[in-house]
Design a protein around this ligand. Structure first.
Ligand SMILES: [Zn+2]
Length: 352
């Protein structure tokens, strides 16, 4: 009788039950891997066999969609390995089901030494960065330093959402991109830039505009959102989805000679709508009135600092505060943001 491949659905997988987990995917794996995976060429059955201590040892094989792993599992069953199972639907179905995912690749030794030796930081907080997932909305003037610093700092998975392409007028402030990137999708250029900076960071790139329709899907499962967008509609979409899902977010904006940073946990504290209850119908844009390039660098860097403090659970992370920066007078100011009773977001009463 011809051997059959055994298959298992992602929801039935208990990772600890497997002696080895084998990733048969080809090419780069920017969206990460199942924790504990060993990467082996799908045609290298001898390589897989070497990972199997006994013919009945439980081994999980997976690929992109579940086809290559099913064929390999069938071949191994034919060689007498009865414990080999193939993951139904592959990594695509695994990822869609919100199962654990690790970033691909080990960090370069000593890479985070200056974080680890920092008082109040240490290896435990560096590990928190590595296991975190942050969504950055907008890969522009603010998103550039945010993405650069989060990638350099070793945030495990960075989601980047932006529907735009790189334009020559972006380059004086969007320092993630060089002249070679003109015409490219911003998220594609960002993926390439992050890969150059830190190979152990996984990037989930979404080449679309963030809006109220996709907000919940994109934010769900993130530890933090960084709102580096450039318009009110997107900011409100971030705010409302973050409030609904209970995900904190760091917000920033920059235009002309000035910028601002704020941080919210809108389920329990004030939100962006509490800060700006009466948004104007139209808004000034950098396209119309310009922006000094490094102002976006100052604001984006402050956002990255606060993002890292939030991810590692720093007790003095900024929350419910608005920082403003005026580059002409070189002045910073800080004010407390209060929750408004009339806010349409249903803030949890009595929490703060
Ligand atoms: Zn509010």
């Amino acid at each position: 009788m011809e051997p059959q491949a055994r298959e298992i659905a992602p929801e039935d997988v208990v990772l600890d039950a497997f002696v080895a987990i084998v990733d048969l995917r080809e090419g780069s794996r920017p969206s990460g891997e199942i924790p504990g995976s060993t990467l082996i060429d799908r045609l290298d059955l001898d390589g897989i066999e070497r990972l199997i201590p006994h013919p009945d040892s439980p081994i999980l094989l997976y690929c992109g969609i579940g086809e290559a792993s099913r064929i390999a599992a069938k071949s191994l069953a034919g060689r007498g390995f009865t414990g080999v199972v193939s993951l139904l639907g592959g990594f695509r179905r695994w990822r869609a089901g919100d199962h654990p995912i690790s970033p691909v690749g080990e960090p370069t030794p000593d890479r985070y030494d200056r974080h680890v030796r920092l008082a109040g930081f240490g290896p435990e907080r560096q590990d928190r960065l590595r296991s975190s997932r942050v969504l950055v909305v907008g890969a522009g003037g603010l998103g550039s330093p945010v993405i650069q610093y989060l990638a350099a700092a070793g945030v495990g998975t960075i989601g980047i959402v932006d529907g735009d392409r790189v334009d020559a007028t972006n380059l004086h402030r969007q320092v993630l991109f060089g002249e070679d990137a003109i015409g490219m999708s911003k998220v594609d250029a960002a993926v390439a830039a992050v890969a150059d900076m830190n190979h152990s960071v996984a990037v989930d790139a979404v080449a679309r505009w963030f809006d109220a329709d996709n907000a919940a899907v994109l934010i769900d499962g993130c530890d933090l959102v960084v709102d580096a967008s450039d318009n009110f509609a997107t900011r409100l979409a971030v705010n409302d989805a973050a409030a609904a899902l209970g995900v904190p977010f760091v917000h920033g904006a920059a235009i002309r000679w000035e910028g601002m940073v704020a941080a919210f946990n809108p389920r329990v504290g004030p939100c962006y709508r509490c800060l700006f209850p009466d948004l104007p119908e139209s808004e000034a844009t950098c396209r119309d009135v310009g922006v000094l390039g490094p102002v976006t660098g100052v604001i984006g860097s402050l956002m990255a600092v606060e993002a890292i403090k939030h991810i590692v659970g720093s007790p003095d992370r900024m929350l419910d505060r608005l920082i403003t920066y005026d580059a002409r007078s070189t002045r910073f100011s800080s004010v407390r943001i209060k929750r408004r009773d009339t806010c349409p977001i249903g803030h949890v009463v009595g929490s703060r």
